[in-house]
Design a protein around this ligand. Structure first.
Ligand code: BDR
Ligand code: CA
Length: 316
């Protein structure tokens, strides 16, 4: 992808601290045209993630239409992560109340309208369970060609985080993930293999806080909140899961990637929600996903810190 190419995107997520930071990065890049924002149930209930999406868009000045997603995964009951993101789904610093209403369309229909109306194919950046994206593919298969790629945070080739085999976003809605990975749409997968390496350290939060604009202040506090949970698990910093799905589009050069055939386990006693990557090519299937496997952590951190200057500099 050319450095200067503009990237039309739909932001689909369950904000969430790292979703919020991913969206902050998308807006700050100045290279992404944010055409729509859609919420999905995941880190918290759909009501809470939708409210958070509205508050984040208000904070960042994202003026795209926002639509609420489905209240639950395709088949299983909802599953949330208050231990990681708090009762609100985005605990920490106070945020502005929403300055905008919600679209009358569902997330799936807003995505469809956005694709239909776009002159060029659109990238869906999915940082939560894949429920909305799967619903879109089921309801509007004719629009597949209008999707440039799905850049998603989910899964892990080597391991999971909510079970030994499964990562949270895929575990919440494995049936949706299966539909997405079988769709034939190009997939860029930021799984735990890379996102656990994309650590933002306390010294990086301090660099962000020192920038001195209101968004950078809030991002530094989100990072601090996210870090406290992870520190108790032995991490040295806050893993930037969802920002990897944005950064990989903007700066692919800081990552290593490998095309793989990835299957989603929807049954299984121990492995439901696993993303099973064919590392040795034993299935004979062509790759269906470009899997991001590692990152230059220092360059990633520097890019994230620098991006926060977009919101103003030197106000402290
Ligand atoms: C994923 O789960 C959520 O808690 C985060 O927002 C991220 O999308 C990491 O497993
Ligand atoms: Ca998320």
């Amino acid at each position: 992808m050319n450095e200067q190419t503009r990237i039309p995107v739909i932001l689909d997520g369950d904000p969430g601290h790292d979703d919020a930071i991913a969206w902050t990065l998308a807006k700050a890049s100045g290279r992404m045209d944010i055409l729509a924002v859609t919420s999905v149930a995941g880190n918290q209930t759909i009501q809470k993630t939708t409210y958070n999406a509205q508050r984040i868009c208000t904070l960042l000045g994202i003026d795209a239409p926002i639509a609420q997603g489905r209240p639950r995964p395709l088949i299983e009951p909802p599953m949330n992560a208050p231990s990681v993101h708090g009762e609100s789904g985005l605990d920490g610093p106070p945020l502005p109340e929403p300055a905008m209403g919600l679209s009358e369309l569902s997330a799936c229909e807003l995505m469809a309208k956005t694709l239909r109306e776009s002159l060029t194919p659109v990238t869906i950046i999915s940082t939560g369970p894949l429920t909305n994206t799967a619903a879109l593919l089921l309801a509007h298969p004719e629009l597949k060609e209008k999707i440039a790629r799905i850049s998603l945070m989910g899964g892990g080739i080597a391991y999971g985080n909510w079970t030994p085999a499964a990562e949270f976003n895929i575990l919440v809605d494995p049936e949706a993930a299966k539909i997405v990975f079988r769709s034939g749409v190009p997939i860029l997968m930021a799984g735990l293999d890379v996102t656990e390496q994309a650590l933002i350290l306390p010294e990086d939060f301090r660099r962000i806080a020192a920038i001195g604009n209101p968004v950078a202040d809030i991002v530094a506090q989100w990072l601090e909140f996210f870090y406290i949970f992870h520190k108790n698990l032995g991490y040295d910093g806050a893993p930037m899961h969802d920002p990897c799905a944005v950064m990989a589009l903007l700066h692919p050069e800081v990552f290593t990637m490998k095309p793989l055939y990835v299957q989603i386990e929807t049954a299984g006693k121990y492995c439901r929600g696993a993303t099973v990557g064919d590392l040795l090519g034993v299935t004979g299937h062509a790759p269906n996903a470009t899997c991001i496997l590692s990152v230059d952590r220092k360059r990633f951190a520097d890019l994230l810190v620098d991006a926060m200057r977009f919101y103003g500099e030197g106000q402290k």
